[in-house]
Design a protein around this ligand. Sequence first.
Ligand SMILES: O=C(O)CCC(=O)C(=O)O
Length: 284
Amino acid sequence: MTHINGINKDSAQKILNQSVPGDVLETYNQFYNIEENKIESYQKNGFIKLEKVLEVEALSYTNKLISAAVFLRKEQDKRSLQEKSEYEKSFLQCGYLCWDYKCISDFVLGKRFASIARDLMQVEHVRLWHDQALFKEPYGNATAVHQDCSYWPIAKPEYTITMWMALEDVSIDMGSLYFYPGTHDVKMKEYVDIFNNPHTPDSLVNKDKFHVSLKAGDVTFHSGLLFHGAGNNQTNILRKGMTVIYISDGSTFDSSDKRNATHTSCEGLKHGEIIDTRYTPIII
Ligand SMILES: O=C(O)CCC(=O)C(=O)O
């Protein structure tokens, strides 16, 4: 049974059926000033933490919105944590929320966030790949180490990036993310089957990982090539994370790995074609 503080079916439907308040919408599209040294740090380490990307009203509204959408997606699932698979114990995973609700698409397609992704990757334009809420339940499992690009049929994974936003404070003991700095290297690519065989690849055994706690409204951005994971949730508090994943405009569909040759975001594409589908609009 999914319990999210302050949300019930009526309140969830109400907020999701309303328009985004004007000043919040403005914030979603207001540029965030990212310093040159942060861009350099992202290029070197493959991830970066940015503080206060959302604050005050825009933050509390976004928290309510995403929480409401997760609640409605999961309300039919009456299983306890113990009854779920090991993978499902690591988070409540809700993708493509922006296509269900206009108010969520206003957030996901916000130019504030996409412009950061563009600047970090140093590309001209970015497209949406997809969005995904990742709420780690109280006492939920760790998220196994992986590279996101393993599961994506995209030819140049160096031009993929994920924004992970804390909707409420996320401490290390709640299962914050950790990153292996500098492992965003195509030569290190290794498919880790996090669904059936989670394990730490040999290439990471002597490498240090860097844990990142976040205050509500802070974000991390990480490269699709970077090895990362998250700790288990040792608390009775729901860990609320919202992600938006971006790709460089011009990225092409690579169906050569049969494990992920089909992907919703690449619907209808043939191998080698530019990723330009109804799920992947140019944002900026
Ligand atoms: O939220 C998590 O626990 C893992 C997130 C993650 O792996 C990602 O966003 O790429």
